[in-house]
Design a protein around this ligand. Structure first.
Ligand code: ADP
Length: 405
């Protein structure tokens, strides 16, 4: 994202310190017999920081992101001006403080509790610091020949972006809600018409009404998908978390799709591992949408008589589900875009005009919200296999409603 050190000047915490006897790190000094003198340590830090500041601080001060750089002992080595603005604390008060000492500043509590005591892990997270202040936090460990020599923390103020997203998502909610009622009423009336409740239709009338029915159904599907996307992008994903049986979710989906499966004369095999598959804490309704989209695609993008296989198994960490089909596949050059919004493969776009291109984006978001992973392999004209996992641990991180954004 940015580079404020050129190669020559880049401070290499371990090497710089090791090569200069006056610049031993506290760990090295402890290893050498624990003769660390507090005064020396202070002096050392000041020298290192001073050198760094003179050269680089002006550059990092221009960044719109807030920057915190910790040394290997998790002592704050440098910060830029944005940090002062973000947290309303003068940087002189922060520099040289350990992560424990920084936790004494109430304005920093949320950030420090996310960083943890060690700042070891590389990670990215959206964090609500105050009601009117949301940060995107990125932690990058600084490594030198396999050893961690510090950590870079980059804070991006995304409050404004989040407000816009919220307004957008409230607008989409309102529109989808308003469209839902009339389209459902049209569907219901057309069903009655087709069912002969108002007298028999002749062939031409029936075919015409069926076309309207299909078009209306497409609108209903689009409204449903848009409503899901709006929930995803508004960070309102998982709400109803409960211990659930994933095998039961899949079986009920197969039942829901049985009519289409029979109509296309598909051979569907659902293979479960012999081991007992444990229940997992999931938002069952959302997970049903996620798996339903993948299974629905396998049924949609396959020629009559094709084969679909569902495989359910587990390892010690997660449940893995595979859904493979002998269908149309995704062209190689388009595979990168499969999980992006509104993507539809060039090989199916003419054959199937019903899709919205939102299904897999929704599935991926839901699975990842459960800390799962999703990927696929595909060959055009031969078939596709989607793989996804659900962790057995109860970690759902930032997506559980109400906890974080
Ligand atoms: P939709 O099905 O509404 O078009 P999706 O997001 O569910 O949207 O899928 C995006 C695209 O990915 C599809 O249009 C299709 O080109 C491709 N795709 C997804 N699943 C399969 C599959 N099982 N076989 C072939 N193509 C698939």
């Amino acid at each position: 994202m940015f580079s404020f050190w050129n190669k020559k000047e880049k401070p290499n915490f371990n090497k710089d310190m090791a090569s200069d006897p006056a610049r031993n790190t506290s760990r090295q000094r402890r290893d050498a017999g624990g003769e660390e003198k507090f005064g020396q340590r202070e002096k050392f830090d000041q020298t290192v920081m001073q050198n760094f500041h003179d050269k680089d601080i002006e550059i990092i001060d221009y960044l719109t992101e807030g920057i915190l750089i910790f040394d290997e002992d998790n002592r704050l080595f440098s910060v830029n001006r944005q940090i002062e603005k973000f947290f309303k604390i003068r940087k002189e008060a922060l520099l040289g403080k350990t992560i424990f000492e920084l936790d004494q500043f109430p304005n920093l509590n949320a950030l420090i509790s996310f960083l943890g005591k060690e700042i070891h892990k590389k990670g990215k997270k959206k964090l609500k610091i105050r009601d009117d202040f949301i940060l995107d936090i990125m932690v990058i460990p600084i490594m030198d020949t396999g050893n961690r020599t510090g950590a870079l923390v980059v804070l991006d103020d995304i409050t404004y972006k989040e407000i816009i997203n919220k307004i957008k998502s409230e607008f989409v909610d309102l529109v989808t809600h308003q469209l839902w009622t009339p389209t459902s009423a049209v569907k219901w009336s057309l069903q009655m018409l087709l069912g002969g409740e108002f007298g028999n239709l002749n062939k031409e009338q029936k075919s015409f009404v069926e076309k309207i029915y299909k078009a209306n159904d497409k609108a209903i599907k689009l409204i449903g998908d848009l409503s899901q996307v709006s929930q995803i992008e508004g960070g309102r994903y998982l709400s109803d978390m409960a211990l659930s049986d994933i095998e039961e979710v899949i079986s009920s989906l197969v039942e829901d799709y049985q009519k289409e499966i029979d109509k296309k004369r598909l051979k569907l095999e659902f293979k479960k591992s012999e081991e007992q598959i444990p229940k997992v804490i999931i938002d069952k309704a959302k997970m049903k949408i996620a798996i339903g989209n993948i299974l629905g695609n396998a049924i949609k993008y396959i020629m009559p008589g094709g084969k679909i296989k569902i495989l359910l198994r587990k390892n010690e960490k997660e449940i893995e589900i595979q859904i493979s089909d002998t269908g149309l596949g995704v062209p190689n050059r388009q595979q990168k875009r499969v999980f992006t919004r509104f993507f539809r493969g060039s090989n199916i776009i003419q054959k199937d005009t019903e899709g919205t291109g939102l299904g897999l984006y929704i599935s991926k978001s839901i699975i990842e919200a459960h800390n799962g992973r999703i990927w696929f392999i595909s060959e055009e004209g031969k078939g596709t296999t989607f793989f996804f996992t659900i962790p057995l641990k109860k970690e759902f991180a930032e997506f559980i409603t109400g906890k974080f954004y």
